[in-house]
Write a protein that binds this ligand. Structure first.
Ligand code: IP8
Length: 259
């Protein structure tokens, strides 16, 4: 079983609120379809749908004022909207996609997943369907509500359902030796062990910056799954063919995280 996470930067236009990147969504749907029948869970990020609304209403910080409940619901609705665009595109290409709302079966405690009932996901997979989930506004036992990131969801599902591989599709090629947007000599790291990763996280924390150009948080979250034996590969989903190759288990430009 594989889990594919599509980052918000690939499937939406991050500079324009509530705007999907239909071109990328269609191409990626075709790539997923061409892999053929597979045990696959998809999870997508919020991009210009969930994030601006969540930020405006301070949803991730938790309950402070009654008017935030409106924002909580609107954040969720924006994600439902984006999810519909993605599931419709997958169905149009023949992928048996099925939408699942994380907030309907997940509750967090201090922003970490607490309750998680995977029975429905298992049933959908058993029937040959591709459950499509997303980062969502969820109820939280301590702070009222919270934002559950797609990345945290990927990791919990990978551990609970013993996934074989996680493919992270974002808008960068993988993990670099330095931020490629700032440092000309930055090199892509094709394989990264947990020990090397730990070293980079320490450097990043000491400098109080993300030295790898936006990938460190994702990679930190992934470490637990890697330690449990799940293969984790980071690829650029904005480049044609890379997600497809990663799902097929073929050699592809990106970064593989290893034990
Ligand atoms: O883009 C958060 O998911 P992410 C989604 O995976 C929302 O961090 C609701 C802002």
């Amino acid at each position: 079983m594989q889990i594919l996470k599509l980052g918000g930067s690939v499937i939406t236009d991050k500079n324009t609120p509530l705007t999907a990147n239909n071109e990328n969504i269609k191409r990626l749907s075709k790539e997923i379809a061409s892999v053929g029948p597979q045990q696959l869970i998809m999870i997508h990020g919020g991009g210009s749908f969930g994030h601006p609304i969540a930020k405006r209403h301070e949803i991730s910080e938790g309950y402070k004022r009654p008017d935030q409940w409106q924002g909580f619901s609107r954040t969720h609705q924006a994600m439902v909207h984006l999810n519909k665009i993605i599931v419709d595109a997958l169905l149009d290409e023949g992928v048996p996609a099925f939408s699942l709302s994380p907030s309907s079966f997940i509750v967090t405690e201090a922003r970490r997943i607490n309750e998680l009932d995977t029975a429905k996901i298992r049933r959908l997979l058993g029937a040959g369907l591709v459950p499509v989930l997303y980062g969502d506004a969820v109820l939280d036992t301590q702070q009222g509500f919270a934002i559950l990131s797609g990345d945290q969801l990927v990791m919990r599902l990978a551990m609970t359902l013993s996934a074989d591989r996680i493919v992270f599709g974002s808008d960068v090629d993988g993990v670099y030796t330095a931020d490629p947007k700032l440092v000309k000599e930055a090199r892509l790291i094709p394989r990264l062990s947990l020990k090397e990763l730990d070293g980079m996280v320490r450097i990043g924390e000491a400098l109080n910056t993300d030295v790898t150009g936006g990938m460190l948080g994702k990679v930190k979250e992934a470490a637990e799954a890697v330690a449990a034996g799940v293969e984790v590969i980071l690829v650029n989903a904005g480049q044609a063919g890379r997600v497809e190759a990663a799902l097929r288990g073929e050699k592809v430009m990106g970064t593989v995280l290893t034990r």
